[in-house]
Ligand binder design. Structure first.
Ligand SMILES: Cc1cc2nc3c(=O)[nH]c(=O)nc-3n(C[C@H](O)[C@H](O)[C@H](O)COP(=O)(O)O)c2cc1C
Length: 303
């Protein structure tokens, strides 16, 4: 079975509990130490191949979350992953320490891909190490597709004690109003998600599956079972749905069905057998990553 999750920030489980119950785990919107109202409107813009958002981590803050939201989320009966965010490693450590005491929390996702947090392999690893020191619960590091070397960051967070990777967050994009030629979003640019993100996300999953042994939650533009199967083939062990949920609240069940059907169509007995299929002999061996490593050496041998 390939677990299907929601992507953080793309489902309000308390207003759509049936959708949340159709998932194998529910991931909360990122919670920060203090409440945040988020950015000024406009905060959502549609484009032809995806969606831009500038929500800006609007959330009630950890105290209200622990007191009011978490007990109600636990009543859904699905494992709860809490996404946490901050502006320094100490913020993540404090949040992880508070959540560690709560039985309702199955895992934490460290949103180290927030545009306001500088993200280098060292700083992502520092955040993971700081949170690791405060909890024995599972920690997933959520990385940005805009990192110069996502695989290096993945290896660094593995060394720092992460239990898994969530790949990927949105990538920066801009939409202009057709009439005024001014940015549609109040913040100017925002996070781009949806179908256009898929090949970028797939490349990140592929590279990180080679660089680490960590389980990967693959996400970025998944809208069909075929998309989900490609993430699995690239190395993901579970798949999360984001933008697709806005258009189709029944996407979790549909994608589960389509995933089984697509695997069967390709002669794969069980979907789990497809995990990492893209890395096997006869698969795509000449990836950008491997070619970058191999060709300079070959070129040297020729000379
Ligand atoms: C409206 C919206 C809000 C989001 N909020 C968060 C968030 O709070 N924390 C986070 O880690 N990612 C957040 N994301 C990113 C998604 O979790 C996901 O990584 C991204 O959208 C790619 O998946 P998709 O193409 O399936 O949407 C948000 C995305 C959208 C569209």
């Amino acid at each position: 079975m390939i677990p299907i999750l929601n992507a953080s920030g793309c489902l309000d489980a308390l207003t759509a509990p049936d959708v949340a119950r159709s998932l194998d785990a529910f991931v909360t919107k990122t919670v920060t130490p203090l409440p945040r109202e988020g950015n000024a409107p406009v905060r959502i813009a549609e484009t032809e191949a995806g969606m831009l958002n500038s929500i800006g981590l609007a959330n009630p803050g950890i105290d209200a979350f622990l007191e009011h939201h978490l007990p109600r989320l636990a009543e859904l009966g699905v494992p709860i992953w809490v996404s946490i965010g901050g502006f320094a490693a100490e913020d993540y450590a404090a949040l992880a320490g508070l959540l560690d005491t709560r039985d309702e929390v199955a895992a934490m996702e460290l949103n180290v891909s927030c545009p306001n947090v500088e993200e280098t392999p060292e700083s992502a690893a520092e955040v993971v190490a700081a949170a690791r020191a405060q909890t024995a619960k599972r920690l997933y590091a959520k990385l940005s597709p805009a990192l110069p070397d996502v695989a290096a960051t993945a290896a660094a967070v593995q060394s720092a004690g992460a239990d898994g990777l969530s790949l990927v967050n949105t990538i920066r994009g801009l939409a202009l109003d057709p009439g005024t030629l001014r940015p549609v979003l109040g913040t100017g640019s925002g996070g781009y998600s949806g179908p256009a993100l898929r090949p970028i996300a797939l490349a990140a999953v592929f590279a990180c599956a080679r660089a680490t042994q960590l389980p990967i939650v693959g996400m970025g533009g998944v809208a069909t079972g075929r998309d989900a199967l490609e993430f699995v083939a690239a190395g993901a062990r579970s798949v999360a749905l984001g933008t697709a949920l806005f258009a189709d609240p029944e996407a979790p069940q549909r994608i589960r069905r389509e995933l089984e059907a697509e695997a069967a169509r390709l002669g794969i007995d069980s979907v789990e057998d497809a995990i990492g299929a893209a890395h096997r002999d006869g698969g795509a061996s000449d990836t950008l990553d491997s070619s970058l490593r191999v060709w300079p050496r070959k070129a040297l041998q020729i000379r």
